[in-house]
Design a protein around this ligand. Structure first.
Ligand SMILES: [Zn+2]
Ligand SMILES: [Zn+2]
Length: 338
């Protein structure tokens, strides 16, 4: 198969021929139809994730068709169209037993703990626990975004923040996950204030129903703030924008020297603020999300910016570190684009 291979952190990966993946006994091999280019892939390529061993293939938000099943798989067959949460839960630990596979204590992640989907084929273990069936009417590009960014935003807004109609939501960072959060919050009836330094991204957020946030957010009286990008400044601004008992949800990754930012705990305590994390979405919540996509009340297709082939994936991944590179919506890689 062809795969986008990282051989050194921070060095642009190249499209290479590699052996086809072996099918895990409890897993499947999927022919990739579409796979999203996400900022988490960039973090991995930069060496920010200790789980990654070189050489490595990135890619964790995917949709495709099963071409092989392992001997222990009971729920899936060759020809099924599927996607998967980027967390492959074990199905057995205490978190999984509570229905919280997104924070599984023994999780695997394609594109991080093992080779991912920037390739013709990807092996996915733990298929019976994690795979999600993709209805025929949902295009692969859209289903791929449900594997990470759109599903992550959906859980953050609907299940973690529990946004209610009429509430004010501030979204910091309007890349793929931020625009997804804007769309979900608007659909739930919230007033959404968008923050992003890039005018293109802000314009897209406005098209989705957000309004541009004021320069000084401290008087926003927001019910909810969401850091969809991941920076200490966004976290601080988010907390500062909240009314008493407001909720801040951290979605964007904080890595390296940013991983433990100072937090105004005095304000968290005195105003009874809630500081919450959100990490993907468990497979068990996908039917609810897919139903909203199927009935048109959520349309992740509006977030698609462009489709590229595997050959372009390496250079575009490397370029994600440049300012504004994540602006303008979601980029999807399709192995059938040459
Ligand atoms: Zn992602
Ligand atoms: Zn588990």
């Amino acid at each position: 198969m062809r795969a986008v291979l990282v051989t050194a952190f921070g060095t642009p990966p190249e499209l290479t021929q590699t052996p086809d993946p072996a099918c895990p006994p409890d897993g499947v091999v999927v022919a990739v139809e579409a796979t999203g280019l996400c900022r988490s892939d960039w973090h991995g390529w930069m060496g920010h994730d200790d789980d990654i061993e070189l050489p490595h293939v990135p890619g964790h938000e995917l949709a495709g068709t099963i071409v092989e099943t392992g001997v222990a798989v009971t729920r899936w067959a060759v020809g099924d169209r599927v996607t998967t949460p980027f967390v492959l839960a074990c199905g057995r630990c205490r978190a999984c037993a509570r229905g919280d596979g997104q924070v599984c204590l023994d999780q695997l992640q394609p594109g991080f703990t093992q080779w991912g989907s920037f390739a013709d084929l990807v092996a996915l273990p733990r298929a019976d626990v994690n795979l999600v069936r993709v209805p025929d009417e949902v295009p692969a590009e859209i289903a791929a975004s449900l594997g990470c960014r759109f599903a992550t935003a959906y859980r953050a807004v609907a299940h973690v923040a529990r946004v209610q109609p009429g509430e004010t939501v501030v979204v910091h960072g309007c890349g793929g996950v931020g625009l997804s959060a804007v769309m979900v919050a608007v659909a739930l009836g919230a007033q959404v204030l968008a923050v992003d330094p890039d005018p293109t991204s802000l314009g897209l957020a406005e098209q989705l129903g957000a309004v541009r946030a004021p320069d000084d957010l401290t008087d926003s009286d927001a019910d909810v703030s969401i850091d969809a990008y991941g920076s200490p400044a966004n976290l601080a601004a988010g907390l500062a924008s909240l009314r008493p008992r407001g909720r801040h949800v951290q979605v964007g990754l904080l890595v390296g020297s940013d991983a433990s930012p100072p937090v105004d705990v005095g304000r968290v305590l005195g105003q009874e603020l809630q500081l919450l994390g959100s990490h993907g979405m468990p497979a068990s919540d996908y039917p609810e999300l897919l139903a909203r996509v199927a009935d048109g009340s959520l349309d992740p297709g509006r977030l698609l910016r462009d489709r590229i082939g595997l050959a372009e994936a390496g250079p575009r991944l490397a370029a994600l570190g440049e300012p504004g590179a994540g602006a303008g919506g979601i980029t999807v890689i399709r192995p059938d684009v040459r």
